[in-house]
Design a protein around this ligand. Structure first.
Ligand code: UDP
Length: 335
């Protein structure tokens, strides 16, 4: 077998056909890295893979992983291939533990066997559970309140054990609410089913759904609706690359929050979306969604100080504008 000799460092992006993974690939390619995508296309889109080689398969496929590690000199692995529907994780936990935990263990085993040392993990603020204090820092206790959050925490713990036993080096990035789309509108968010607030609000603006359901308006917040910390997907990508470079330089494992440190209520998001789209966006008040904390806002001071992370698209207006541009240019998503 021929090994592809690297003119640029190759990064294996597992889940690179998905929403955040595809933006990461574009960002890597724009910064002199070669993204190598492994994705089973269960939720990802082939059309979103444009910046490097593509392998159609799952991270549980040991032979395929060995083939990729033999073929490419992989500098690091970035893992975006977890299932991410909180509600589904409650009704189908087995699916979540199998994919998010067991399959990740297979991926890590393959890395150890093939001497690939550096791992960047998409973790989540869901590992913290119900917050005791706002903003949430990395030292906050981690008591996740749903299976999805538990799978993310288990991987964080597994990574620490793999480091101690096998010398694997990792950085966990705990995202708050990823949103927005590629400012050049080449790729965007196309989840099926869609459950996230901003794309659903925009679908309502486009007339693709009758109204946006607001899950509860009796929370202890100024307008009664939940407050979240929305972070642009391209700012997430920037943080991943900074994390990778720090890991390659310092060889020190660590965890960082990624959020803007600023909260927006569901009503504020809808209000901002009405201004940007010029559409009325009908609202229906529904019951609370189970497991939704009233307020989730992260402190990302550590990422800013240690990684030099500077979000470029922090403004909610820009986040919604880039998403709107993608939705209006791709009314049927990738189809
Ligand atoms: N939300 C809502 N209606 C929807 C989808 C979401 O009111 O159709 C609310 C949800 O309860 C939460 C916020 O919007 O307070 C963000 O939800 P999302 O699912 O986008 O992200 P999460 O915070 O669950 O990761």
């Amino acid at each position: 077998m021929t090994t592809i000799s690297n003119t640029k460092p190759h990064v294996l992006v597992v889940g690179g056909a998905g929403y955040i993974g595809s933006h990461m690939c574009k960002y890597l390619a724009g910064h002199d890295y070669m993204p190598v995508v492994l994705d089973n296309l269960v939720y990802g889109h082939r059309q979103a893979v444009r910046w490097g080689p593509f392998y159609n398969g799952s991270m549980e496929n040991k032979e395929l992983l060995a083939h990729i590690f033999n073929r490419h000199e992989i500098t690091a692995v970035m893992h975006f291939a977890a299932y991410c529907y909180v509600g589904e994780s409650v009704t189908e936990p087995s699916k979540y533990y199998r994919n998010n935990v067991s399959n990740t263990a297979i991926l890590l085993d393959a890395m150890v066997e093939n001497n690939v040392e550096n791992f960047i993990f998409s973790s989540s603020c869901a590992t913290y559970g119900e917050p005791n204090e706002i903003p949430i820092t990395e030292n906050h206790s981690q008591y996740p309140v749903n299976p999805y959050g538990r799978t993310k925490l288990m991987v964080e713990q597994m990574l620490n054990d793999f480091q101690n036993a096998y010398g694997l080096k990792y950085i966990c990035l705990r995202y708050f609410n990823a949103a927005g789309a590629d400012p050049q509108c080449e790729i965007g968010e196309d989840h099926r089913p869609e459950t996230h607030l901003i794309p659903l609000v925009l679908q309502a603006a486009m007339g693709k759904r009758a109204a946006i359901s607001v899950f509860g308006n009796d929370y202890p917040t100024p307008d009664g609706t939940c407050i979240r910390d929305y972070i642009h997907v391209y700012d997430l990508a920037q943080a991943h690359l900074l994390a990778l470079e720090k890991l390659l330089n310092d060889h020190l494992s660590d965890c960082y929050n990624l959020g803007n440190g600023e909260g927006h209520s569901v009503k504020e998001v809808i209000h901002q979306a009405r201004k940007i789209t010029g559409k009325s966006i009908p609202v229906r008040i529904s019951d609370r969604r189970k497991g939704d904390p009233a307020v989730l806002i992260g402190s990302s001071r550590k990422a800013m100080e240690a990684l030099g992370w500077r979000p470029e698209f922090a403004d909610l207006k820009i986040i919604i504008e880039t998403a709107w541009k993608w939705h209006t240019n791709h009314p049927e998503g990738y189809r």
